[in-house]
Design a binder for this molecule. Structure first.
Ligand code: FES
Length: 164
């Protein structure tokens, strides 16, 4: 048995120790907003936040995250109460098929938090410092999230809006 805290709720799970966090979320907790694209750390569709940091949930084991605060797309907003990033993606049509969208939104949310905290320390832009992220920097910081439909311009527009 392991205990995972997901979106503020503690869950007791009886999973094999080899179960990825992604499979635990999808197959054992029915939190299917987190998507499985490649299952190899290349697409970002499975992005969740662990203690506020972005990770690919397909690359880590569920058992490694006891005691961590895990946030999935279901924890960011609800259909009747979208968060600002979700609103911005809707407003800017930041998706086509939508499969990568949960990972994009979770990643963008984590990314803006990283920028606000000055992570990594060698970047020039800082929202706290009043410097807007350039489109190039948004693209670079979101490069771990692929969109096979190539909705990238609208995704960048949405993130820029949400960061303002
Ligand atoms: Fe995890 Fe693609 S499913 S990175």
């Amino acid at each position: 048995m392991i205990n995972l805290t997901i979106n503020g709720t503690e869950h007791e799970l009886d999973v094999d120790v080899r179960t990825s966090l992604l499979d635990a979320l999808r197959d054992h907790l029915a939190l299917t907003g987190t998507k499985k694209g490649c299952d190899h750390g290349q697409c970002g569709a499975c992005t969740v936040l662990v203690d506020g940091r972005r990770i690919n949930s397909c690359l880590t084991l569920a058992v490694m995250h006891e005691g961590d605060a895990i946030t999935t797309i279901e924890g960011l907003g609800t259909p009747g109460n979208l968060n600002p990033m979700q609103e911005a993606f809707l407003h800017h049509d930041g998706f086509q098929c939508g499969y990568c969208t949960p990972g994009q939104i979770v990643s963008a949310t984590g990314m803006l938090d990283e920028v606000g905290k000055g992570w990594p320390s060698n970047v020039s832009a800082s929202l706290d410092g009043g410097t807007e992220l350039s489109d190039e920097e948004i693209s670079e910081r979101m490069s771990g999230n692929l969109c096979r439909c190539s909705a990238y311009p609208n995704i960048v527009d949405a993130i820029r809006t949400a960061s303002g």
